[in-house]
Design a protein. Structure first.
Length: 444
């Protein structure tokens, strides 16, 4: 297989305050995200994956640009931009906030932070929300400034992220709740620290508003993390597919509505709010959502990398497309995210996927999410990802598609699930004594 083409780095592909340190650390590849460099691999995707799940990584996610709204009408514009109900968002809260157009089609799926009563940050995915927000503000004559401030997020992700953050910021960081943030001191400079991140392993995102402070913070984090096995990292393709974390531009695009993207919980369809696209989503809910994002497990050995969507069928009938796929070395299965026609996105549906470089068809089955490791089964649930029913063999794993009930057999001394391909039931995927079944999940 020929090597991938190189990325030509120039002024248009903006560097970050951390780029020099990442290149000294051996970053292997970049992509471009919001006109800025985003690392995609350091040791190799699989080695990065196992390190992320077992230790702690520092990520340069400065490409998560902030669209800042400041002024008397900041709250009104923020609510117009998202179909999420922001009325209960006090200063210090953040949350997933889909932005759609007047047809309900996704423009972006950012995290919104209420930084002050009259100041919001939309921490955006890969699209030009700044232009959209500025156009709306100007057309309505709103008293609000819309700009992109010089803020470069740095993330700490992994099961040991909290231990490193506590060394750098003090014990106060442990009190930050999921999807909340606090302003904490670093060498005399206040920084916004949020318990968020684009992984299922837990951690923090630190919003750095001074390039020199960013470099000092990166160095301090690396020193503090040495006893915990810290290393440079980046959003991991395998881990995020297992966790059901959507990638805007890959799994969902401007052609998909927020409901088709499975973001129902973040759409205030019955709230008395003024938000662009809300009426369109109400109409789609009432008429029926024609397709949905879902997880897939695909039979066989590792499939090739995906650059264009793969058609997926039920028998001989086309029912959708696979948009992201990876080989999971932990689960020993191909895992994927797909957009599948209703009602075939439900758990346990057997589909056929033909990878374009192969002549044979692959069998696949839909699933709500993927299972945890046995190390995670033993982890305390104070990190917010586990709910353990005392006196019951059930543990609940939180995923993008809802909670998954993991039934641990009392006779088993080995909790790591070993996946049997082609095994399905109407209640979920059967995996050698471990049954996965979807449950509802509260929105953040």
């Amino acid at each position: 297989m020929p090597p991938s083409p190189a990325l030509a780095i120039s002024r248009r592909t903006r560097s970050t305050p951390y780029s020099g340190r990442l290149e000294a650390a051996g970053v292997q590849s970049y992509t471009v995200y919001n006109h800025m460099l985003l690392p995609t691999s350091f040791r190799g995707v699989e080695e990065d994956y196992f390190h992320l799940r077992s230790a702690v990584q520092v990520w340069d996610v400065a490409c998560e640009r902030q669209v800042e709204l400041v002024g008397t009408d900041a709250a009104r514009l923020a609510q117009l931009l998202t179909v999420r109900d922001l009325r209960s968002f006090a200063v210090g809260r953040c949350g997933y906030a889909p932005i759609v157009d007047d047809h309900g089609l996704l423009i972006n799926d950012p995290i919104v932070l209420r930084v002050a009563e009259d100041r919001f940050w939309f921490s955006v995915a890969d699209s030009d929300v700044l232009l959209w927000a500025g156009g709306i503000a100007r057309s309505l004559g709103l008293d609000v400034a819309v700009r992109e401030p010089d803020v470069w997020p740095l993330a700490l992700q992994g099961p040991l992220a909290e231990e490193v953050a506590a060394i750098v910021f003090g014990e106060a960081v442990r009190a930050i709740k999921f999807f909340r943030f606090a302003e904490l001191d670093f060498q005399g400079h206040p920084l916004v620290v949020a318990r968020t991140g684009w992984s299922a392993q837990g951690g923090f995102e630190i919003y750095v508003d001074d390039a020199d402070v960013g470099g000092a913070l990166y160095d301090a984090v690396m020193i503090a993390g040495e006893p915990h096995g810290i290393g440079p990292g980046c959003p991991n393709h395998i881990e995020r597919i297992e966790a059901g974390l959507l990638s805007y531009g890959n799994d969902v695009t401007r052609a998909d509505t927020a409901l088709e993207a499975g973001l129902d919980k973040y759409c205030a369809l019955d709230a008395p709010i003024e938000a662009i696209g809300l009426d369109a989503l109400r109409r789609q809910r009432d008429s029926g959502v024609p397709r949905r994002v879902c997880g897939l497990m695909i039979d066989g050995d590792a499939v090739p990398a995906l650059r264009v969507p793969w058609p997926t069928s039920l028998g001989s009938r086309p029912v959708g497309f696979v948009n992201s796929v990876a080989w999971s070395p932990r689960l020993q299965s191909n895992v994927a995210l797909a957009m599948i026609d209703s009602p075939h996105h439900t758990t346990g549906t057997a589909l056929v996927v033909p990878p374009p470089s192969e002549t044979e068809l692959r069998r696949s089955s839909t699933c709500p999410s993927l299972a945890p490791s046995n190390a995670e089964l033993g982890r305390v649930f104070s990190r917010g990802r586990w709910q353990i029913n005392r006196g019951s063999p059930n543990v609940y794993w939180r995923s993008a598609y809802g909670d998954v009930r993991v039934t641990v057999p009392t006779s088993s001394s080995r909790l790591e699930p070993s996946f049997r391909r082609r095994a399905r039931t109407t209640s979920g995927q059967v995996r050698r004594g471990i049954t996965l079944a979807p449950r509802s999940r509260s929105a953040q």
